[in-house]
Design a protein around this ligand. Structure first.
Ligand SMILES: C[S@@+](CC[C@H](N)C(=O)[O-])C[C@H]1O[C@@H](n2cnc3c(N)ncnc32)[C@H](O)[C@@H]1O
Length: 362
């Protein structure tokens, strides 16, 4: 059997052994990936500027408009705004026909302040403090972040959990409907590192007579209280401030324990410990809900998960990428069973794992 040459257009005698990698002789590789990364910096800051200026909200109010009309509405320089709008067209956030600009559906949904799944206030916060990125080489050299978020968590996490609440509440609501919380009255839920408590609130909303214990750090838990109050759910929730590694937890007490986007900052050992604590707090038959942004096991097929891990590396003391193998290992290692992965909304994956009915954890 003859095998086909992978590069039949090249001379058969032009082997790698004799003259190096032959395809490089014919056509140099593109510089496009390097330019894309360099311009990625400008792209990000253009998006930040557009959100800060209110470009998306104004365009929504005005409907299709020229740069001059939009600039008038925003009281900014029209030539400068036109450049920004053209960049936003190149990102797929605006359409432009005959110099008339119109929001795309992506921008309407995710970047207008009143969008159904708004991420507008997340844009500036999600990468973490800019200084940590400028220091990344030094972080890699020393293995230490100079000013990790843990040194002063409340000023970072307060705005972050406010910005992520709509997305996480949507994910939690869809999850609850698919796993049947509305059919199970009186659920007891523990939400560790709850932020504004989107997961616990979804349980309280769906399961009649359910109650929640909500944990977060001292300076952040007030945000959960505020949201519970505004939803009329405050009297069904106990606030339990403190470090989730140390706070008092009842044994075999909760039907659901939520670890919502808290494991990726903790490092392998501490996250495994958190999962063991959570498992201990579950009643037999109870379920852990572990939501996070995971990467594939080879850390190369899911760029989103890999980059989320890098954001943790750049900004936190112990955080990094989470692979499915690693998370499965924590859950199975804590003696949980029926471990499955669901994706209630795009990019938001959740592990569910059940404590055996015998109650015996390995
Ligand atoms: C990324 S937010 C996730 C918030 C929420 N669970 C969600 O899914 O939207 C991480 C939360 O964990 C909290 N947190 C971080 N370290 C903590 C600790 N050691 N003890 C308790 N809460 C902590 C932060 O204050 C923040 O509210």
């Amino acid at each position: 059997m003859t095998t086909d040459s992978p590069f039949p257009e090249l001379k058969k005698s032009h082997s790698m052994a004799r003259t190096g990698r032959p395809w490089r002789d014919r056509k140099p590789p593109p510089s496009a990936p390097v330019w894309a990364l360099i311009q990625g910096f400008g792209s990000y800051w253009t998006l930040v500027a557009a959100v800060e200026l209110g470009v998306f909200d104004s365009a929504e109010r005005l409907g299709p408009s020229t740069a001059v009309e939009l600039a008038g509405e925003l009281a900014v320089s029209a030539p400068h705004l036109r450049h920004v709008l053209d960049a936003l067209v190149s990102f797929g956030l605006f359409d432009q026909v005959d110099d008339c600009y119109e929001l795309t559906e992506t921008a309407e949904r995710y970047l207008c302040a009143d969008g159904a799944a708004t991420m507008a206030s997340l844009v500036r916060i999600a990468p973490g403090p800019l200084g940590n990125w400028e220091q990344l080489a030094q972080t890699v050299r020393t293995g230490k972040v100079q000013t990790p978020i843990e040194h002063d968590p409340a000023p970072f996490y307060g705005p972050l959990v406010t910005a992520t609440f709509p997305t996480q509440h949507r994910a939690a609501t869809r999850l609850g409907i698919s796993v049947g919380w509305p059919r199970r009255p009186g659920l007891r839920v523990l939400d560790l590192g709850a932020g504004r408590a989107p997961w616990a609130i979804a349980v309280l909303e769906q399961s009649a007579g359910s109650t929640a214990v909500i944990n977060d750090l001292d300076g952040v838990i007030g945000f959960a209280a505020e949201t519970l109050m505004s939803q009329g759910l405050r009297d069904r929730a106990e606030l339990r401030p403190g470090d989730f590694h140390n706070i008092r937890l009842e044994s075999e007490h909760y039907d659901i324990v939520v670890l919502g986007h808290i494991c990726r900052t903790e490092g392998d050992e501490r996250a495994a410990g958190l999962v063991r604590r959570a498992a201990e707090a579950l009643v037999p038959g109870g379920q852990i809900v572990l939501a996070d942004y995971f990467a594939d096991n080879d850390r190369k097929h899911n760029a989103f998960g890999v980059h989320m891990g890098l954001t943790m590396l750049a900004n936190t003391e112990r955080g990094g990428v989470l692979t499915h193998r690693q998370v499965y290992g924590w859950l199975a290692g804590a003696g949980l069973e029926a471990i499955r992965l669901v994706e209630p909304i795009g990019f938001n994956q959740v592990y569910l794992a059940t404590k055996p009915l015998g109650g015996q954890l390995t």
